[in-house]
Write a protein that binds this ligand. Sequence first.
Ligand SMILES: C[S@@+](CC[C@H](N)C(=O)[O-])C[C@H]1O[C@@H](n2cnc3c(N)ncnc32)[C@H](O)[C@@H]1O
Length: 303
Amino acid sequence: MSPQAEIIHGLTQVAPSLSPKYFYDARGSALFEQITVLPEYYPTRVERGIMAGHGPDIARSVGTGSTVIELGAGNCDKARALCELLAPKRFVAVDISEAFLHEAVASMRPSFPDIAIQALVADLSADIVLPANLPLAQRLVFYPGSSIGNFDPRQALALLSRMRGLLGDDGALLIGVDLVKDASILHAAYNDAAGITAAFNLNALAHVNRLIGSDFDVAQWQHVAFFNPVASRIEMHLQASTDTLVRWPGGGRSFVRGERIHTENSYKYLAEDFLDLLRRAGLPNTQVWTDELAWFAVVLARP
Ligand SMILES: C[S@@+](CC[C@H](N)C(=O)[O-])C[C@H]1O[C@@H](n2cnc3c(N)ncnc32)[C@H](O)[C@@H]1O
């Protein structure tokens, strides 16, 4: 399905939704970068702390000299730290946000003259086709940021299985996963006082306007985020603050005041449930590093 068809399909359902991948135009990527340094947004800070604190141990377990492939690389900040730790021969940064990715990779190259660095624009929800010349031996797929939490457990299993498919038998996955914790901490992380997460969520409508030619009036929508304890996930929605009609070429739909477009899930895992998912994806041999509060886990998983 084309992005246009996928977006219109989601918007025209009884319970309308939009994939979180549409957050990431250049502005969305820049807003996410701002989110990562917000005081309330612990995941980036805690994950970086785990990687820094356990760096030598992680490097010993992964081994050096490999090919690192980061999925959803964003600004490549975590890749920089990992490349310093592992000194790989090659690094492939994969992301859907084209302009932002090329900029991030260009600014990374001068710091790592001995690493062959490639950018690959791709959508992880489809098949991931790596550059044909990439050696199969000693691959490390790096998927930080708990981005796996954006997929429901069934989709996450399918994605983890596809990641396993990118690896040879000597390969590994290094993945960050956000863990279940007090709901008030989760709530604050997605409802920051500065309103950056709200701007990030609302920006998806401006992106959609460009992608499908729709006329969403962003001022008529509000950011809503809450923890759903039954599904163990943060949900983000955009809520209409007034009755409104949205049109796009060939169609449109009306929204009543209070109606919501579901824009993101962020699943929070118990560590043992996540390890079970990895086992079912063909990655049963795991090592886990966490912070002292067990808010976040970095997992190395091998076939
Ligand atoms: C939550 S950010 C994480 C960025 C960075 N890896 C980190 O840990 O800070 C998610 C990243 O994945 C990218 N992304 C989201 N959905 C994607 C998809 N379907 N395919 C490829 N990249 C995607 C976004 O552009 C963004 O850079």
